[in-house]
Ligand binder design. Structure first.
Ligand SMILES: Nc1ncnc2c1ncn2[C@@H]1O[C@H](COP(=O)(O)OP(=O)(O)OP(=O)(O)O)[C@@H](O)[C@H]1O
Ligand SMILES: [Mg+2]
Length: 443
């Protein structure tokens, strides 16, 4: 298994040089140009080593060191320092760095340092792999929540992770589709290989083809170098095709061919290469409707949709909000360097009753803004207020209207928790099936 290294430096030339030399040693390398970007990456993916510059604008190397160890206690950090005073090196080691490199250093010194660390960590690394095999993946990859709906999602993830089948994840924006895809990868035997995400809607068609399938040198005017493409890069790992509904029809044909034949043809190439990649796709559209409308190929749809995972909107699992708030506050504390313990009671009440059209991502953004603005131990309603709908819009004064809304919401919640099993919902609600139908019809 090759070690994965995250290189953090605000100077692109330094980033490039380190990236090239470490890659030539056979390591898997990712780069970040700031401490903030590095934390986002560490949150999403497990690295063996983080190699970071100390002095960077924004979050500096020492802070990154501390926070990355909160996010992933198993990660080994090497700091690079241009001002190799003994104090900075000692400060870094005290805060948990495994080693430091004094700038300027040679390629040789760099690889020796990395190799030494990996050897030293081999024992620990083995332990870490074992831990990973025995326990569910670390918190960053688990979907938080105890509502019946989210428990069902977690169970389905655990079941389908062990199979090679394609998974289609659908759900509204910000509901956790990418997180679910990462959870599937992390719980599968492919966990120690790459998880590569590609947003099919964000890249022009011509580029998308060569990104996905690769190209040979000279295939088109700008193809100065051969690019193996994401299928090859994700070899024995997982390829997450985000917003699959945006994939243009001609590429749908090519994708289907790759999936069926398990070979990929690079653009301009004559030889196919074998691929072993698990595909997880996501959509916030109704893909079946796209198929019906002729905008998405039916045969590809069935290939991708072997297992279908639907993530319910946050407003249909409001009981998860307090747990999510705790989880997000803790994560944001690590990212922002704050020390909030949670939110005030009335603030939690307000958070629980919002419509959350942007789902968990919106909740996270609202918390982040309040944490940036506020101080003290708890996040207060005052700091959240600007982002929340005024109470008279979420909670009417008229008693009958309030009861009616509560009842409707409660029915929806229970139905969501029973996966729309009306018989079971009626039983849980303590009413007859007929009156449930009546209430649903009336509403
Ligand atoms: N159940 C959950 N537990 C913990 N964090 C969550 C959960 N659901 C979502 N998140 C967090 O909310 C944010 C949005 O999730 P994610 O990116 O997976 O959503 P998405 O469905 O892919 O959104 P989009 O459709 O906009 O791409 C992420 O930071 C993710 O970690
Ligand atoms: Mg997404």
């Amino acid at each position: 298994m090759t070690a994965s290294i995250l290189v953090v430096d605000d100077q692109p030339s330094m980033q490039d040089a380190l990236n090239t030399s470490l890659q030539s040693e056979g390591y898997r390398v990712a780069t970040a140009c700031s401490g903030e970007e590095a934390l986002t990456r560490i949150e999403a993916q497990e690295f063996d080593i983080v190699l970071t510059d100390l002095v960077m604008p924004g979050l500096n190397g020492l802070d990154l060191l501390e926070r990355s160890r909160v996010l992933d206690p198993g990660v080994a950090v090497i700091v690079m320092t241009g001002y190799a005073t003994l104090e900075t090196a000692v400060a870094a080691l005290r805060r948990g760095a495994c080693d430091y490199l004094e700038k300027p250093f040679s390629l040789d010194e760099l690889t020796r340092c990395v190799r030494r660390l990996l050897q030293y960590h081999e024992v620990l690394g083995k332990e870490r792999l074992l831990r990973r095999a025995l326990h569910p993946p670390r918190v960053a990859h688990t979907l938080v929540g105890e509502s019946i709906a989210i428990q069902a999602v977690r169970e389905k993830i655990a079941r389908c992770a062990r199979t090679p089948s394609g998974v289609l994840i659908s759900g509204e924006s910000g509901v956790g589709k990418e997180l679910a895809a990462r959870a599937i990868h992390a719980a599968s035997w492919r966990a120690d290989r790459e998880f590569i995400a590609l947003n099919c809607g964000a890249i022009p068609e011509t580029l998308l083809e060569s990104q996905l399938f690769g190209h040979v040198r000279g295939a088109f005017t700008t193809a100065v170098q051969t690019n193996p493409g994401l299928f090859v890069a994700a070899s024995r790992g997982t390829l997450f095709l985000d917003e699959i509904g945006e994939l243009p029809l001609p590429l749908q044909v090519k994708l289907l061919r790759v999936i069926e034949e398990k070979h990929v043809w690079p653009v301009g190439g004559t030889k196919p290469s074998p691929v072993d990649v698990r595909i997880v796709a996501s959509t916030n559209r109704d893909l079946a409707a796209e198929v019906a409308g002729g905008r998405f190929r039916e045969d590809l749809f069935y290939r991708l949709n072997v297992v279908h995972l639907t993530l319910p909107p946050l407003r249909e699992r409001r009981s998860d909000i307090p747990l999510l708030v705790d989880h997000l506050v803790e994560r944001l504390n690590a990212r922002l360097g704050t020390r909030f313990l949670g939110v005030e009671r009335e603030a939690l009440g307000a958070l629980t009753s919002q419509p959350w059209k942007g789902n968990v991502r919106e909740l996270q953004n609202v918390l982040e803004r309040a944490m940036v603005l506020g101080g003290g131990d708890l996040i207060s309603l005052r700091h959240l207020a600007a982002d929340l709908l005024p109470p008279d819009q979420t909670r009417p004064h008229d008693l009958r209207e309030a009861v009616r809304r509560f009842e409707r919401q409660h029915l929806m919640d229970v139905l969501a928790e029973t996966c729309s099993d009306k018989r079971k919902a009626a039983r849980l609600l303590g009413i007859s099936l007929a009156s449930l139908y009546r209430k649903l019809g009336v509403e």
